[in-house]
Design a binder for this molecule. Structure first.
Ligand SMILES: Nc1ncnc2c1ncn2[C@@H]1O[C@H](COP(=O)(O)OP(=O)(O)OP(=O)(O)O)[C@@H](O)[C@H]1O
Length: 307
């Protein structure tokens, strides 16, 4: 099942939270949804879930607006920031009530409690849960209807390293089962290990919608290092091919903005001997910060720097 967003726009008075975005979020992979604070991620997710009405455009799940889905919880499972669990209710009773009112078989309650690791505390009051346990209960809710589409808004908030790794493995497993997994996060190192595809948004507009490998390769901090006894000769050849050399040492060059194969070919054709030709990939964090720098609304000066 695909999430299809077309020309989606949301205005709150004078603020345009989401501005004419179009996306196709495909099944069988984890799509990360990234963007600075206030860039419109939650607003977009709320519109996909029918919790907010678009000013213009549409957000469809399997071709239909959320409100028109026959069995919404069995189609789309979601974990949002704010969850409302009656604090006096046990996790099990809470899930049972949800299952009952949504035509979900009761055996799913035991299954999801097992999946999220809350089986042993299922009879305890949810009000006494730690942040991490509440987060797991929210995920149990999302999984309850065994939906094909899963949307997680900041799922690793408050989880310890073990919980963070568990979420990563869960999302990978859900995508491997062919489900559509859409997840927002501010944790770049985590996203780098979890997502196949990224949507980056800034000030309500799409900045990038591409496989994660492309996003990283597109960063100017992805560089190629060349070691050669003929550095000067190679530098001339690269300049002639308008390839940027960012650093030259006595027997080495650092090159940006070119494919490694191209550099190897240029060296070969010029008869330049290479002792090393290697790529240093940018981290997702570097690529992300570069992409979103113009869209950051709430920037603080760097420590020790005045504005
Ligand atoms: N109910 C609302 N009324 C007025 N403005 C709103 C409302 N909801 C969101 N906004 C505004 O819309 C913009 C986008 O907010 P949104 O919460 O979607 O961003 P976000 O990317 O999820 O941010 P964060 O990473 O901080 O959670 C912000 O400028 C926000 O102030």
């Amino acid at each position: 099942m695909t999430i299809t967003v077309t020309g989606l726009t949301k205005r709150y008075g004078a603020t345009t939270a989401v501005h004419d975005i179009s996306l196709r979020i495909a099944p069988g992979r984890v799509t990360g949804f990234l963007g600075p604070n206030g860039s419109g991620k939650s607003t977009t997710i709320r519109m996909i879930l029918g919790l907010d009405r678009p000013t213009a455009g549409s957000a469809l799940v399997n071709g239909k607006p959320y409100a028109e889905l026959k069995n919404p919880l069995r189609t789309v499972g979601a974990l949002l920031d704010a969850r409302a669990v009656h604090p006096g209710r046990s996790a099990r009773n809470h899930l049972r009530a949800m299952a009952r009112s949504n035509g979900i078989p009761e055996r799913r309650v035991g299954e999801v409690l097992e999946t999220v690791g809350l089986r042993d505390v299922a009879r305890k009051r949810a009000g006494g849960f730690s942040l991490g346990m509440s987060q797991r209960l929210g995920i149990a809710e999302a999984l309850l209807g065994d939906p094909e589409v899963l949307i997680f808004d900041e799922p690793v908030n408050g989880l310890d390293p073990d919980g963070v790794r568990w979420i990563r493995q869960l999302m990978r497993a859900l995508a491997a089962e062919g489900r559509t997994v859409f997840v927002s996060s501010h944790l770049m190192s985590e996203m780098q290990q979890t997502a196949d595809h990224l949507v980056v948004i800034g000030k309500g507009r799409i900045i990038r919608d591409a496989p994660i490998a492309e996003v990283i390769a597109g960063s100017s901090t992805t560089a190629i290092r060349v070691r050669t006894p003929d550095a000067e000769a190679l530098r001339h050849q690269l300049a002639a091919a308008t390839i940027a050399v960012s650093h030259t040492g006595p027997d080495e060059l650092t090159v940006t903005g070119a494919q490694i194969e191209r550099i190897g070919d240029i060296a070969y054709e010029a008869g330049v001997r290479l002792h090393e030709l290697s790529r240093r990939d940018a981290s997702l964090e570097e690529a992300y910060l570069e992409l979103t720098a113009p869209s950051v609304e709430y920037a603080a000066p760097a420590p020790g720097e005045s504005r």
